[in-house]
Write a protein that binds this ligand. Structure first.
Ligand code: ATP
Ligand code: MG
Length: 215
């Protein structure tokens, strides 16, 4: 359902995909998406909250509808940001390749897909399902998180997957040592989360009493 994307131009649009648990979404995600939008001339960035994350404990993760709604609240002020229900509406865990395939074919002309992800995650890409097709269908924007060394990234990439170099771009984000874990911990401890996430998300967390008990 991205046929009427804002900013759609003639020719193939550039679409950023940002996957994550978003439990909750925070300024780190938003600053990253906005920086990627500008640097890679993206027409839009689609946030794709994960349904049943394969790597996380189902018991300790908020309900997908909470995560979807918080993500929607967070992107409301940015006309280029969109939230997709694609992964949360699947009844089984989705792989990145499924999501990329879905968006690669979702409109005509077919968009150029830019998959935005942490640089630490990208190092493991060659263990992902159908990673060769993934690299054919999309360009990767590897975001370096605070405290992460770029030298290490280049060395590991060179060693493991030299053919990936043209398909992986690095995006350095000014130090934003915010994570969802940090926000959940602060809520559980009764500490303020003001400015770590947009105000509507902060209010939603309060109203729905999320993260009150530490997992
Ligand atoms: P958790 O602490 O629960 O692992 P998280 O803050 O890492 O949450 P995710 O939803 O797991 O958030 O992350 C989604 C994507 O955003 C991932 O690709 C991750 O690397 C990236 N990301 C997370 N935090 C930041 C940040 N502060 N700056 C830039 N990118 C980030
Ligand atoms: Mg994480």
């Amino acid at each position: 359902m991205v046929s009427h994307l804002p900013g759609h131009r003639n020719g193939s649009p550039n679409i950023g995909l940002m996957g994550g648990t978003f439990d909750p979404i925070h300024v780190g995600h938003l600053v990253t998406a906005e920086e990627a939008r500008q640097q890679f001339d993206l027409n839009s960035v689609i946030f794709v909250p994960a349904g049943i994350p394969p790597h996380k404990d189902h018991e300790t993760i908020s309900h997908p509808e909470h995560r979807y709604l918080m993500t929607t609240l967070a992107v409301m002020s940015n006309p280029a940001f969109i939230v997709s229900r694609f992964e949360i509406d699947q009844h089984e865990p989705t792989y990145t390749i499924d999501t990329v395939r879905h968006f690669a074919k979702d409109q005509s002309p077919e968009p150029n897909i830019f998959f935005i992800t942490g640089a630490d995650a990208i190092l493991e890409i060659f263990t992902w399902k159908d990673y060769e097709e993934l690299l054919r269908l999309s360009t990767f924007i590897a975001v370096t998180r605070p405290g992460y060394s770029l030298d290490h990234f280049h060395e590991t990439l060179e060693r493991n997957c030299p053919q990936m170099k043209q398909k992986v771009h690095l995006l350095e984000i000014p130090a934003l040592a915010v994570s969802s874990t940090h926000i959940r911990d602060r809520v559980a401890l009764g500490k303020t989360i003001k400015y770590l996430t947009p105000e509507p998300v902060e209010q939603y967390i309060k109203k729905m009493e999320l993260y009150r008990i530490q997992n």
